[in-house]
Design a protein around this ligand. Structure first.
Ligand code: ADP
Ligand code: MG
Length: 400
């Protein structure tokens, strides 16, 4: 990695007395009551903050996005308040939440850690507006990019601010993640099995195009699978899918087939009339899904077949995205079966993604994986062979 590392600045004493701004990835899943459902990403962000405090920073401000709010239109579910509270518990010191922070004007006591409210509420964040980025760049002396989970997005807080920052460096989590994933990208063990599933259909399907050039077997699940089923002419009822991307799904299958690889499609699925925890779950053959049903999980026969592939894989398995609505027990069995197979896989196992981590925690297999990344999309884009925007800007700043 060509970037200036925060650890090196600390070693040089270059952080002492400086105001430190950290772009972390604190985008955690929340419970329906609005509490933190899984704090993995918050825990992963603690080392950078601790290092800043130990390095004598004049104060630390941490920001992150949470969910997908509308810029300039804060809603109750958009606040980082529960995240700040959990971060305070982990740090053992109170962490204040600062709203409306872009123009500055807030206090920051020596040794204090504040969380700057959801950065995706700032108008211009998504479009990487230079005016917004320049304002942010005035807030501190040292800017640390530690948000691996959003390192694949060029937004004002993940890219622009690092263009204008007086000092721009890579945080310890970003460095660790990039180095771990680079190892698999540089020399992929074979066979390489990728599981790409979940609900972010459009973003993930575009990634699959390049991934299809690299993996030997691509296992799809969730809304992505449903789109592949649509492409294969199967009935999917009212399942989550992206009909506009049917051609892309066909192209991905063709690419893999041309390389002697495969996208196995399920023989059975679990369907329900509604998206609800207590909706009745029915196992159906793949040709029998009716118009008023939705596919909420892969079926047991398919799960068993794929689990067998994974349990025999001597190469590597990379996993992003639950293959079913694992939050509801009736639709968690497919994800659980694959998770258990990954846990016993003899090859190298690498998993990442917000909800994927929640599934890993739910099934208690974290210790059995070789590497767990906090990033979903970022992790997939690295596997695709892309240079992440975060890495590009930090490398550029290391030169200037
Ligand atoms: P990650 O955060 O790990 O990258 P995503 O955010 O893309 O994963 O997707 C996770 C979500 O996908 C979960 O909340 C899960 O309930 C949902 N999901 C999985 N399968 C389906 C399905 N068949 N229909 C609707 N939602 C699904
Ligand atoms: Mg998610």
């Amino acid at each position: 990695m060509q970037a200036i590392k925060f650890a090196d600045l600390l070693a040089q004493g270059a952080v002492r007395g400086k105001r430190v701004f950290i772009r972390a990835d604190l985008n955690v899943p929340l419970t329906p009551e609005g509490t933190v459902a899984d704090d993995t990403r918050i825990r992963a962000s603690v080392p950078a903050i601790r290092l800043a405090l130990e390095g004598g920073a004049a104060g630390v401000m941490v920001t992150s996005h949470l969910g997908r709010p509308k810029e300039g239109q804060p809603q109750p579910q958009d606040t980082l308040a529960p995240v700040a509270a959990r971060l305070g518990e982990l740090l053992g010191q109170p962490v204040r939440l600062v709203p409306n922070w872009v123009e500055g004007g807030f206090t920051l006591a020596p040794g204090e850690v504040v969380v700057l409210e959801n950065c995706r509420l700032n108008v211009g964040e998504k479009k990487n507006d230079p005016t917004l980025a320049q304002k942010m760049a005035k807030l501190a002396d040292v800017f640390v990019h530690d948000a691996f989970g959003t390192a694949h997005r060029a937004e004002a807080s993940t890219y622009g601010v690092f263009e204008y920052a007086p000092v721009a460096c890579a945080g310890p989590l970003l460095v660790q993640e990039v180095e771990a994933i680079e190892k698999v990208v540089a020399h992929p063990p074979r066979p390489l099995i990728a599981i790409v599933a979940g609900s972010k259909v459009s973003t993930k399907l575009t990634i699959l195009k390049n991934l299809a050039e690299k993996v030997d077997t691509l296992i799809v699940g969730g809304g992505i699978l449903n789109t592949f089923l649509l492409a294969a002419g199967k009935p999917i009822g009212k399942s989550l899918a992206e009909p506009d991307l049917v051609e892309e799904a066909k192209a991905v299958r063709a690419t893999l087939a041309a390389r002697g690889g495969d996208v196995p499609l399920p023989e059975d699925v679990v369907v329900a009339p509604e998206f609800k925890p207590d909706a009745p779950a029915t196992i159906k053959s793949i040709d029998e899904v009716s118009a008023d049903e939705m596919i909420l999980d892969v079926g047991p026969a398919f799960a068993e077949r794929i689990a067998g592939l994974i349990e025999r894989c001597q190469g590597a398995v990379v996993w992003n995205g639950p293959v079913g609505v694992f939050e509801f027990d009736a639709f968690a069995k497919g994800t659980e079966r694959l998770a258990r197979a990954i846990a016993t896989c003899p090859g190298f196992t690498l998993a990442g993604g917000g909800d994927t981590i929640a599934a890993i925690e739910k099934f208690g297999i974290a210790d059995q994986l070789d590497y767990i990344s906090t990033g979903g999309g970022a992790f997939l884009e690295m596997l695709e062979g892309k240079v992440l925007p975060a890495i590009e800007i930090l490398a550029r700043r290391a030169q200037s």
